[in-house]
Design a protein around this ligand. Structure first.
Ligand SMILES: Cc1cc2nc3c(=O)[nH]c(=O)nc-3n(C[C@H](O)[C@H](O)[C@H](O)COP(=O)(O)O)c2cc1C
Length: 206
């Protein structure tokens, strides 16, 4: 528990990354593994991660990301995207995701029905569906950032970007959307003091 809390204390939104320090490949692979093993609604794993290493591409993205230096200066930049096409009810992808649980054909059909009902008010609206999948990207991103902190790797979640511009630069096909970006690397400056509300203001017991 204390190790986890240490990681929570170490993690902060890193503003200035050391351009000289690279995350070792093995450690970065383990970060990706944390994303892969994160929980998702109905186990649909709707996240699709783009690791942007190309310098030109990073430079192209920066102006569309409020000119934040983390975009070009971090060791690894991840764009969390989602794909509305695959998660719609009734797709072969959704069926496969249920089938892999080793269920009977009848149970798979039952799950397909429950899923369809669940998404009934969501999937007819492209934006609602996008938001549903994006929410899950945040879970994977949060897990990655906390895990990174256990390895003394810094991070910064980035929502400060022009979505349409970033999607156009990445040339995402129809139905693919950017949820958020996340920069990983090593801090240059000491961490600022963590400011948080007191527990009494954010938690109530009923
Ligand atoms: C979803 C999300 C989006 C964020 N977007 C940005 C961003 O674009 N740029 C940035 O510098 N920080 C960004 N932050 C960092 C927050 O400003 C920061 O987490 C918050 O102020 C608390 O500070 P701390 O994380 O350093 O403790 C974002 C945080 C979250 C959770």
């Amino acid at each position: 528990m204390s190790q986890f809390l240490d990681a929570m204390a170490f993690r902060h939104a890193c503003k200035v990354f050391d351009t000289e320090k690279q995350i070792p490949a093995e450690e970065f692979d383990s970060l990706l593994e944390v994303a892969r093993t994160s929980p998702s609604s109905f186990g649909m794993e709707p996240w699709r991660l783009i690791v942007v290493r190309n310098e030109k591409l990073r430079k192209a993205l920066k102006p569309s990301c409020w000119n934040q230096s983390q975009i070009t200066d971090c060791s690894e930049l991840i764009v969390f995207t989602t794909d509305n096409n695959v998660v719609r009810s009734g797709t072969p992808y959704v069926r496969k995701m249920f089938e892999r649980r080793g269920l009977s054909a009848e149970m798979v059909d039952t799950y397909m029905g429950v899923y369809k009902n669940y998404l009934a008010d969501i999937e007819n609206d492209e934006l609602l569906l996008e938001n549903w999948t994006a929410k899950q990207c945040y879970i994977a991103a949060a897990n990655m950032m906390t895990y990174a902190a256990t390895l003394k790797i810094d991070s910064c979640p980035i929502e400060g970007f022009d979505k349409e511009e970033v999607e156009a630069i990445l040339d995402l096909p129809e139905g693919r959307y950017v949820a958020l970006l996340c920069a990983f690397g090593y801090r240059v400056n000491p961490q600022s003091e963590q400011k948080r509300l007191p527990i009494t203001q954010i938690v109530e017991y009923r």
